[in-house]
Structure formats: structure tokens, C-alpha cells
Design a protein around this ligand. Sequence first.
Ligand code: RIB
Ligand code: CA
Length: 345
Amino acid sequence: MNARNVIIDCDPGIDDALALMLALSSPELNVLGITIVCGNVSTDKGAKNALKILDWMDRTDIPVYLGETAPLYRDYVDAEDTHGTDGLGESGYTVPVGTAPQKNAVSFLAQSLQRAAAASKPISIIALGPLTNLARLIQTAPESLAGLDELVSMGGNYKSHGNCSPVAEYNYWCDPHGAQAVYEAFASHPLLSGKQIHMVGLDVTRRIVLTPNILEYMARLSPRMGELVARITRFYMDFHWKQEGIIGCVINDPLAVAYFLDRDLCHGFSAHTAVETEGICMGQTVVDTFDFWNKKKNCMVLTQTDPLRFMAFFLGRLCRREPEELIPLLRQIMVLMETDGKEAL
Ligand code: RIB
Ligand code: CA
């Protein structure tokens, strides 16, 4: 199998950590590097967390790069209330001795894409945080876009309400100008003609809820993985109970990685999409469903997913089991909607 070359741009962050664990458990991906952007926590904390995660997964060979430390124009607002002051749920893990991040994520992105273009081996980017690094890449090295294969972004929302305001999702609310710059590039830059952003937004990610029952199952399948995931999600579960009155936690970012690996996990439609940068709706993704503006359909807006199939995929990868084996018990312990899992594996 030819593994696909990817760079993961993220703000770890608890669900980013789970997404990185999924990516590093998937042989279809050749993770060339991890670029860090300010988001859930500062870039410095995010980089330290990426190093911890690479150590857990025995992949300290993968480089980590420090990216932008503030949004393009907005004041930076973190999400430590959700992810803890360490960004991993106050889990107390330490940075492995002898590891350190490298500087200048945007240069790494630009040089990697330029080399990819020259070798005709394009690289995909899976973006799990604010799009500040990618906006800077477009501003400073637009020619490098010739080496981009696909962009999958966890962010935004279509009909689902926001999680930072009535209408805005955190990644795009944290840096709306960065998000809009990337969406505009996919609407107009000649090197991106024919390409779309795959927007894995709250409409699909809200369906992905990690519950104590699923954690219990994970621990029985793999005590080490179960302990790791339980330790970093406890704080996140408490936040969800206080904030949304649910038992469990919405794990947004892993769905973006899973969708990159298996396109059948999410479905949606193409539309021109723009990001509001000002006023009370700042950060909102405005999806031109009925083509009022007659602009390029720069976005694949994902609106449906199958939580059962995702969870079987996710646990299967992390615990090295075949997803089919996990479906029966997951069907028993997950709260599913009528249509979920009917066409499961
Ligand atoms: O709105 C959810 C997104 O914002 C996730 O990527 C989470 O990690 C935060 O970055
Ligand atoms: Ca994230």
C-alpha cells in the first residue's frame, strides 16, 4: 500500500491528541510532520503536548514545528477552560527528555509543499485547529500550493449551532480572518482550481460522543490505551457535564482524520462557503447552499456521519482490532439514532 503523505496542523488539545493517536495508528498515512498553531492552548504548550503524544505512540521520529502564536488580527483567546491549563486535561504527563519542537512551522509547510510539487508527490494537510498557519502559508508562499493534494479541516458548522457563540465554532471563531483567507484562496487561487476544503464541522462532529461505557470497552481491549485516553479525557468529560449536561465528551478532531482515511464515514454537499470576520456573527461559516453568489464551490460541507462506524474504526485502530469485531458491543453500548449503523461494516 502506498501511504499518503500528510502534515497535521493542530492545537493539542485533548481531541487533537486523540486525532493524532488515530493518525499514528494508521499505516495508510505517512505523517511528515506536525505543525502547531495557537488555539486550545498556546503554541508552546501545544508543541509540548505533541511531543508527549509522539512519545506515547513511539513516534518521536516525527518532527514538531512551532507555528503562529496569535491569530492574524484578533486577540488570542484560548480554550483552557475546556482542555485544561496543560491542554491535555491536567493529566500531568511530561515532555520526554531530549525532545524539542523546531521553529517556523510555516517555512516547513512551504518547503514541504514546494518539494512535493517538484516531485509530483502532493501532500495533504489535515487541519485540526485555527487556520492561522495555513493563512500565513498562503500569504507568504502561495506558489507552494502547487504541492497541496487535499485539505481536510475540522472547523465550522452548517446548521448546527456554534460552540463559541450562537453561530461560530471555535477554530474559525479563534481566527476568523485566517479561516476566511484559506476559504477565499480555495475560491479563487489558480493553483487550487478544482480543489475544495473538506469541512468536517460541528454538524458531524457533535454526533461523535466518547462515553464512559466506550472508555470501559477500550480499557478491556487495550488497558494501556484505555488508561491513556481516560486520563486525558476526564477533565473534558467534566467540562461537558458542567457545560452541556451530557455524560461523555464530543471528540471533534478524530473524525477529521477518520474521514481522511475513509471518505464513506461522512457525506455532504459542495457549496461556496465564506467565513464572517466581523461583528456578532464573527467566525460563522456562511454556506451558500442555493448559489445566490454564483461563486466557486470551494467547500465540501459534511453534514452526515455514522457514529457507530466511526467508533468501531477509532477503537479498532487504537486497540489494533478489526472494526467488524467491535460493532456488536458498540451497538449495545452507544446511544444511536434510528439510522445509525444500519449499513455498519
Ligand atoms: O470546535 C472544536 C475544535 O476547536 C476542535 O478542533 C478543538 O480541538 C478546538 O480546536
Ligand atoms: Ca483542535
